[in-house]
Design a protein around this ligand. Structure first.
Ligand SMILES: C[S@@+](CC[C@H](N)C(=O)[O-])C[C@H]1O[C@@H](n2cnc3c(N)ncnc32)[C@H](O)[C@@H]1O
Length: 292
């Protein structure tokens, strides 16, 4: 029964707990899993991201296999037409690039979008490569029947674009928390003003996703292997009011003065690809004028 899991923060191994949750019972998921950063061999900043109660150091093949299994369990428990937002990053080991797409394409999910999370801070300050200041967020979709695309987002959410500039949270004792704006943006964009949905974070850490869900009027399910982080998340959920201002600040960014359709109807600028009076795309005209 899904009621056994609702509004609970559960201590345990994600894959084991997910297997107990019924099919097609959860509306939305958001998570940032451990990244398998093999912290022992990395720079001082990455060294600090060490989780209590688990190592982040699996052979890469085993790590990816585990993530495929976790993602497929999540696919099973999410309702048809539901989504899962999976935060990860590109990593390198001894010159080999590991891209999240390497394992995401092996799961059952339809990959709906890749969002760039511009964190405006580099995790490793050496110059072997240009400083990596971004992470990725994959919007994964479970089709409802044959519809592989799903429902359209309202303009006020879609206008936030596929690049999210959100600095990391620094007032949280967890080594790698979400800024609360991030799960808030996802939950509000997906459900808009609807309430009472079920949101899961299967690696919930300090409980940021759960607090955002609660403030926005939804139910949550959290899983983490560390009892210490679980206790912290439970405390945070009790004191959720303290985080309402940050959630409201994010909500205030979801607005639109005029929709695309309204602009089009009034003949106003709708983007680079507007056509001129002769029906030629604007870009083509710019190209032509360069040749003159
Ligand atoms: C990137 S953190 C998530 C942080 C979270 N988004 C927040 O806002 O605090 C990943 C979490 O996964 C947990 N974890 C690592 N391995 C796990 C496993 N096998 N099962 C459950 N949790 C695990 C860690 O304890 C850590 O809290």
């Amino acid at each position: 029964m899904i009621n056994d899991f609702i509004d609970k923060v559960i201590c345990g191994n994600t894959l084991d707990i997910l297997k107990k949750i019924p099919d097609n019972s959860v509306d939305l998921g958001i998570t940032s899993p451990p990244y398998n950063k093999k912290e022992d061999n990395k720079g001082w900043l990455v060294d600090k991201v060490v989780y209590k109660g688990t190592s982040d150091n699996l052979p890469e093949k085993e790590y990816q296999q585990n993530q495929i299994e976790v993602l497929n369990e999540l696919y099973r428990i999410i309702k048809p037409g539901g989504s899962f937002f999976y935060n990860h990053k590109i990593r390198w080991e001894k010159g080999v690039m590991y891209h999240p797409m390497d394992w995401l394409r092996k799961t059952k999910w339809v990959i709906k979008q890749e969002i760039i999370w511009d964190r405006m801070i580099a995790a490793n300050l050496r110059g072997w490569r240009f400083w990596q200041i971004e992470e990725r967020i994959y919007w994964l979709y479970k089709p409802d029947g044959k519809n592989l695309i799903g429902k359209e987002l309202k303009s006020k959410h879609a206008l936030l674009t596929s690049i999210w500039r959100l600095p990391p949270e620094n007032k949280n004792p967890h080594p790698a928390p979400f800024p609360i704006e991030l799960p808030t943006r996802i939950i509000y964009s997906i459900f808009d003003e609807e309430k009472g949905k079920i949101v899961i974070d299967p690696y919930c850490g300090s409980g940021t996703t759960l607090v955002a869900a609660k403030i926005l009027g939804h139910h949550y399910i959290g899983i983490d292997i560390s009892q210490e982080y679980i206790n912290f998340a439970i405390e945070r959920l009790k004191n959720y009011q303290a985080e309402i201002p940050k959630v409201q600040e994010e909500l205030s960014k979801h607005f639109v003065k005029k929709t695309f359709k309204e602009r089009k109807e009034k003949g106003e600028f709708v983007g680079k690809y507007r056509k001129n009076r002769n029906g030629q795309p604007l870009l083509e005209i710019i190209e032509n004028s360069k040749k003159d």
